[in-house]
Design a protein around this ligand. Structure first.
Ligand SMILES: [Zn+2]
Length: 424
């Protein structure tokens, strides 16, 4: 296996930087070492099984650091505390991401990949993209819009000759397509429609595409953007220029009651809802597929967590991985000791033969997490504070899951206020 060196750490960060930002800031998605594994996945195929044990060990030290945990804490509990997807699940996700980006793997979904460099137009074959603020002098005005909601994804075009309505166009996109794609498809279709208007007088061949999508306009102007629909727009623009069409773009703020704009919006929405309409565009954005892979990884992690024979106590606090990822946790050694039952408590020290008796100095019962949080007399004062703060919001005692989901700050204060030295 490759050694983790600073370079691969860097790559790891750059790679992880492309992730969706949905996870909380303090969450480390994936271990730094996964990048070297990810790269080996590129060259030599999928070597997870053989490397698994080694990786498991090298990353466990990291998670110990993040979770501030004792070395005996199970890997499953460490992952949950650190908010780090277990390496095997993470690697499967990375390999599938890679395969998708290269058009490999088992997916039958068409992916909206960038156009390959060999198909890019030569720079002299690119029509200039001109943006204007006024289009009053333009003959043909084409208002374009996209719409995405839970009802579907649609694109609409309303075409006017000066102020006279000429025609309308509607398209439905696959439900996994994005609003951006719908905006762009509307522009492609508007441009393609120009020829069918049969305007023979060259002086009359002026057209404006009026969109409310700043993103679409900026993407068309951005010469580094080679996504499929943007290249389609460029290709069509070039064809139009060669047939003496003079096309400009204009950005219109949405919802400012421009008739053409509103009409395009209505057309897009109606197309999105119309389930009888055939799908005109079905390439799924990579971002959507990556998000689905992430969700799938999360589901796998949840299943593994529920089925794990380890970490029963930690699971009582964190039954849901999803909730854990959402929570902003600043773990401390005291917190970790209470959550994992590893380190600090007498029950733990006894279990690992570091102490003869596991009874709490309060004399009541064994000193474990439950005893400390809910019953130990020696922590009466701290518990009163916790109780005062939590009973404002719910009954006492809360269960362990509520301590995290509802009262994290208060519970954190409680955990950090415990002086374990005095409890030995
Ligand atoms: Zn006690």
């Amino acid at each position: 296996m490759q050694q983790t060196n600073p370079q691969s750490l860097q790559n790891g960060k750059a790679y992880m930087g492309t992730q969706s930002q949905s996870s909380a800031n303090n969450i480390q998605r994936g271990d730094p070492t996964s990048s070297s594994l990810w790269r080996s996945g590129m060259g030599q195929g999928y070597e997870v099984r053989t490397q698994q044990t080694e990786i498991h060990h090298s990353t466990k030290a990291n998670k110990h650091k993040i979770a501030k945990a004792f070395r005996t804490t199970s890997s499953e509990a460490l992952c949950v505390l650190a908010g780090t997807t277990p390496i095997v699940i993470r690697t499967e996700e990375a390999v599938r991401r890679f395969n998708l980006s290269k058009g490999l793997g088992d997916s039958t979904t068409p992916v909206d990949r960038d156009v390959e460099p060999k198909h890019w137009p030569h720079p002299v074959d690119i029509a200039p993209v001109i943006e204007v603020q006024e289009y009053e002098y333009i003959n043909i005005r084409m208002f374009t819009d996209g719409s995405k909601s839970e009802l579907g994804v649609g694109a609409g075009v309303a075409i006017f000759r000066r102020t006279e309505f000429v025609t309308q166009l509607q398209y439905r996109l696959d439900s996994r397509c994005s609003n951006n794609q719908a905006e762009q498809l509307a522009i492609v279709k508007a441009l393609e429609a120009l020829d069918s208007l049969n305007i023979d007088d060259n002086n009359q061949r002026t057209a404006a595409v009026i969109t409310d999508s700043r993103v679409a306009l900026d993407s068309i102007k951005n010469t580094h953007n080679h996504s499929f629909l943007i290249e389609e727009i460029r290709r069509t623009l070039w064809k139009l220029e060669r047939t003496r069409w003079n096309v400009v773009f204009s950005w219109a703020k949405s919802h400012v009651r421009i008739t053409g704009n509103e009409l395009a919006d209505q057309l897009a929405k109606a197309a999105a809802r119309d389930t009888d309409k055939k799908i005109s565009y079905n390439r799924t954005p990579k971002s959507t597929i990556y998000k689905e892979l992430e969700d799938e990884a999360m589901t796998k992690w949840q299943k593994a967590w529920e089925g794990s024979p380890e970490a029963a106590l930690t699971r009582q606090f964190f039954p849901s991985i999803y909730d854990r990822i959402k929570a902003k946790l600043q773990v401390t050694p005291n917190f970790t000791a209470l959550i994992t039952g590893h380190g600090k408590t007498r029950a733990y020290l006894h279990r690992f033969k570091l102490l003869g008796s596991l009874e709490c100095p309060c004399g009541k019962e064994d000193q474990n997490a439950d005893h400390l949080i809910f019953r130990c007399n020696l922590l009466q004062q701290q518990r009163e504070t916790l109780k005062k703060e939590t009973t404002k919001l719910g009954p006492w005692p809360p269960n362990k899951q509520e301590l995290i989901n509802k009262y994290l700050k208060q519970f954190m204060n409680f955990a950090n206020s415990i002086d374990f030295e005095l409890l030995q």
